[in-house]
Structure formats: structure tokens, C-alpha cells
Design a protein around this ligand. Structure first.
Ligand SMILES: [Zn+2]
Length: 416
């Protein structure tokens, strides 16, 4: 008679595995985890379609293509799930039909009555690999930090291995960032077969569901290996000489950075201007191939320091960049003209004849393209204006004030 470990590690290609083979309330979830963790060529043949269905469902969940509706678990089932801290489940719906449920073990899973012969269409995965990889790498990052704590987290360790392998399959680290909506999802640490009622830990993990829009946050990446050029919080600063070049920490290739991507404008050979304007009403035009900047932490003397949001760098700790410019000082400046902050005084004449620009006079040499001025009954629209050191064009709307001057003594002006 073979030993149990031999049986477990052997090929299950020809073996029928049903959820009920595992005597547990979460049997289907556990069956999926068990099959998914097996190398592809050892998985039961009868599960091939279920595995495809799981991947397809998971992908559609991450792509935001499913409607999620919470459903409370009621008695008598609640008495079985409450020891695990589970009191509700999410129904995953497509066009109103339930196609799966949330799972505290494998994130989500198809329904048990899935037709094993049904054609599962995975073309969506091919079309959205970069988006999927981005969402998945954030989940993998959260799971890695959970499982590094050293506590008993048997299920999460196995799931992490499954998701890491899926990330490879989907193309690995995404080169671009996407906007996501965050949902908390519960993941069990382990389950006990001996005593299913014993108190077992559960963790909440952030599931990033893509909102489909590519985030325009600019993150400096290596042109050669696509690695992050950003650094860890306590890494030494990057020294920049004449050209703005950052060496890749991974492959040592030099990368020339477009100053405007970081809102920097080299005004003179010894002076850098860092624009303080950020997104908002000012950036009414925002061409799709351009990017808003990182957060600026500090600007002082020759130094400038940036910080990115964790989601922009795939939860990597390398989300900072401290730069020291050789022989140049950096100053944070606003190009907004206070005089025209809210309203514009048009002194005589028609609005459309106004030819000024809504930026400070001292920065007029940064103007690369003035755009047009469009006159509306109560406002003027400037733009789109291209300024040096800005990654996109701006369009500014200013209200106009009509001023009526009452002259109480009509002749006094003539007399003076
Ligand atoms: Zn590189």
C-alpha cells in the first residue's frame, strides 16, 4: 500500500475529485485551493475546465466586470460559518445571473454546478494582461506581508504561491499603473478538520478592482529592464549633474528623465523651478499621453524629494526619490497670477481683445505656446497654454468683472 505523501504528490490526472471529497463546510473552496496548487501536469483532468473557470472568474472580478452583492448568511448555516468570522458572502453576478461567490480561501470561485464541458472564454485575460497583473501584484504584495509575520497562515501561504504563479502567467510586473477601487476581502489563515468550530484567525486583505482607466501618475522606470528608478525611504539621494540622468539600481543603465514629468523647469544654468500647481480646475486639458506628478515632499537648496502612493509602485517599498542637483538650486514656485486668481478686471474695451496670460509676468519666458483666448459672456477661457516644465497643457477660465464707475461731479476731472 503506497504511503499517503506519495499518493498526495502523485499525478491526479485520472482521478475524480469532488468538493464533497473533503469533509468540510468550505469543501469547494478547499478543493479549488488544493487543485490550483498542484503543478499543471498533475491536476485532475476533470478539473481542467474548473481551473479555467476560476481564472476567468477571478480575472473578471479584478477587471470590475462583475456585479458584487453581499448576501447575509442565515441560520442554520450561520452557526457553522460564524466561528470563522464569516457572516456574509458576496454573490458575483454577470448580467444579473449569479456566476460565482466570494471565497475566504481562493478569493472567489465558480458555482459547484458549473458544467465541466462548458466552453470557458479566456480572451478577456489576453486583452487585459497588464491591467490584471497590476491588480494581482497589489494583492500578492499584501499577501506577502501577511505571510511574512510568522504566524500560522497555512491557507494564505498556499494561496500566495498560486497567485505568484498566476502573476507570471499574466505577464509579471505591470509597466503601468491603473486606477483601482479597493474592497476588503476576508481570507482564512487555516482550517481545522478535527474541530471545525474552533476559533480560527481571519484577515482582511485589500482587493484592488480595476476601474479600467490607466492611471496617469508618472513613475520613473528603467527603459531597459522596466525596473523602478525610485528608491527606498532611507536610500541615499541620487546625484544629478548637467543632464537629468538616473542610473537604474537593478541593471545600471543610465536613464535620462524628462524634467517636465516631475514638474521641473531648468530656468537658468543654476536655477531649477518646481511648479507647485497640481491637478484641479487649472488642468482642464490633460492629453492622454501625459502624466501628473508624484507628491512633492520637500524642496530645499539643491535638494528635492518625491513620494509616490504605494499603489503607483505595486506596493514596493521603493516609492521615494531624493535628488541633489549639482551646482543648481531648486525653488518651488507658483505660476498663478494672484491678480487674476478669481476674477479678471477688464479695463475698457471688449473682453475678447484682452491679450494677457493668466500666469505671473516673471514666468512669461516659460510659455511655449499661448493657445487662444475664448470670450464667453461672463468669462474668458485661456488656453491650452504650454509651459516649460509642465507635463501637460493648461486651460484656465477666469470670470470677468464688469465695473461701472459713477462720477458724482462730472466736471471735476476736467478741472484737475
Ligand atoms: Zn534597469
Amino acid at each position: 500500500m503506497p504511503r499517503l505523501t506519495d499518493v498526495m504528490n502523485d499525478s491526479w490526472r485520472e482521478v475524480e475529485v469532488t468538493g464533497e471529497s473533503i469533509p468540510h463546510l468550505l469543501h469547494w473552496d478547499l478543493a479549488y485551493l488544493w487543485v490550483l496548487q498542484k503543478p499543471r501536469d498533475l491536476r485532475p483532468k476533470t478539473w481542467e475546465n474548473r481551473v479555467r473557470a476560476w481564472k476567468g472568474l477571478f480575472a473578471r472580478l479584478l477587471l470590475g466586470q462583475l456585479e458584487l452583492s453581499a448576501r447575509a448568511i442565515t441560520d442554520p448555516l450561520l452557526s457553522f460559518t460564524s466561528p470563522y468570522g464569516i457572516s456574509s458572502a458576496l454573490e458575483l453576478k454577470s448580467r444579473g445571473n449569479v456566476v460565482g461567490v466570494s471565497s475566504p480561501i481562493v478569493i472567489c470561485r465558480p458555482l459547484p454546478d458549473l458544467d465541466p464541458a462548458a466552453q470557458v472564454d479566456l480572451t478577456e485575460i489576453e486583452r487585459h494582461k497588464s491591467e490584471l497583473s497590476f491588480c494581482l501584484q497589489l494583492l500578492v504584495g499584501s499577501l506577502r506581508s501577511l505571510t511574512s509575520s510568522g504566524d500560522e497562515r497555512q491557507i494564505q501561504h498556499v494561496l500566495l504561491a498560486v497567485l505568484e504563479s498566476l502573476l507570471q502567467e499574466w505577464g509579471g510586473l505591470a509597466g503601468v499603473s491603473y486606477q483601482t477601487e479597493v474592497r476588503q476581502t476576508a481570507l482564512l489563515r487555516s482550517v481545522s478538520f478535527a474541530d471545525p468550530t474552533q476559533q480560527i484567525g481571519i484577515d482582511q486583505v485589500e482587493l484592488h478592482i480595476s476601474k479600467g482607466l490607466e492611471s496617469k501618475t508618472y513613475v520613473p522606470r528603467c527603459r531597459e529592464c522596466d525596473g523602478l528608478l525610485t528608491r527606498k525611504d532611507d536610500d541615499p539621494q541620487v546625484e544629478v549633474e548637467e543632464r537629468f540622468v538616473i542610473q537604474c539600481p537593478k541593471c545600471s543603465v543610465d536613464n535620462e528623465i524628462d524634467l517636465a514629468r516631475l514638474f521641473l523647469w531648468q530656468r537658468t544654468s543654476h536655477e531649477m523651478i518646481h511648479w507647485t500647481e497640481r491637478r484641479g480646475d487649472l488642468f482642464a486639458t490633460d492629453p492622454t499621453d501625459q502624466y501628473p506628478p508624484a507628491y512633492t515632499l520637500s524642496v530645499q537648496g539643491q535638494f528635492i524629494r518625491f513620494e509616490w502612493a504605494p499603489a503607483d509602485v505595486g506596493n514596493s517599498p521603493s516609492r521615494f526619490l531624493s535628488i541633489k542637483f549639482k551646482d543648481r538650486t531648486v525653488a518651488a514656485k507658483s505660476f498663478r497670477s494672484d491678480a487674476m486668481y478669481d476674477h479678471l478686471l477688464v479695463k475698457g474695451g471688449a473682453h475678447q481683445h484682452f491679450s494677457g496670460l493668466p500666469i505671473r509676468h516673471e514666468f512669461s519666458c516659460s510659455v511655449r505656446n499661448k493657445g487662444n483666448i475664448k470670450a464667453r459672456p461672463d468669462s474668458l477661457v485661456f488656453g491650452p497654454i504650454q509651459l516649460a516644465g509642465l507635463p501637460f497643457r493648461i486651460e484656465v477660465t477666469r470670470g470677468t468683472l464688469s465695473v461701472t464707475v459713477h462720477v458724482p461731479f462730472p466736471n471735476c476731472l476736467d478741472k484737475t
